[in-house]
Ligand binder design. Structure first.
Ligand code: GSH
Length: 204
């Protein structure tokens, strides 16, 4: 059974809309969007960066909790869509499908958050910087937590998710955001940097 922790009008619309299009049964739980609730241990236990949405699947052979809307869409498509609403994997059309999915979140709407902060009264560059820093540290806590019992994001084996994460961490390190904090993340980044192909890619 799919369950989506929802706040009206937020990114939880994505997985909910997809479930509706695929006619999947779904449980929706509306949560309190206040910062106070999102900072509770209870919420951080399922949403380590304190954000919305979260989706769980309690199906016994695919039990999973996800806290990134694009990953929810991917999972629902892979597991429940039977080829509907996305092109076959490995095709050029599939590559374009993935590109638009990533672009929608990572490139198109990310700057919107900054715009909203700039428009609120009594805000400016300082509050913008503080908010950005705060959100980055919240997200880094999610990475730190994920790495507490494993060498790589998915477990013992290195994979493509570590390549995506590795580059982001290199940038965060460059801006000195990992200093004296996040021991698991720092060890992980060293492990990634030890890979010959990381050095090759950075020098390419
Ligand atoms: N990339 C994440 C972004 C999640 C996100 O930023 N959600 C917003 C609601 S749409 C949120 O929780 N904002 C509160 C905050 O950032 O503190 C996703 O697509 O799930």
């Amino acid at each position: 059974m799919l369950k989506i922790y929802h706040v009206q009008g937020t990114r939880s619309v994505r997985p909910i809309w997809l479930c509706y299009e695929l006619d999947l049964s779904l449980q929706i739980e509306t949560i309190d969007f206040s910062q106070t609730y999102r900072d509770t241990h209870q919420w951080r236990a399922i949403s380590p960066a304190g954000k919305v949405p979260v989706m769980t699947d309690t199906d016994t052979d695919a039990e999973v909790t996800l806290f990134e809307s694009g990953a929810m869409v991917d999972f629902i498509l892979e597991r429940y869509a039977n080829g509907r609403l996305h092109p076959p994997r490995g095709t050029a059309a599939s590559a374009i499908h993935h590109q638009w999915c990533w672009f929608s979140e990572a490139t198109l709407i990310r700057p919107l958050g900054l715009n909203r902060i700039l428009r609120t009264p009594a805000s400016g560059a300082e509050s913008l910087a503080a908010d950005g820093l705060n959100k980055t540290h919240n997200a880094l806590q999610a990475v730190e937590q994920a790495l507490q019992d494993r060498n790589y994001l998915l477990g013992a084996e290195f994979g493509a998710a570590d390549i995506m994460m590795g580059y982001s961490l290199v940038l965060l390190e460059k801006f000195k955001l990992l200093e004296d904090k996040y021991p698991n993340t720092q060890r992980y980044l060293s492990r990634l940097k030890d890979r010959e192909n990381f050095a090759r890619a950075m020098q390419a």
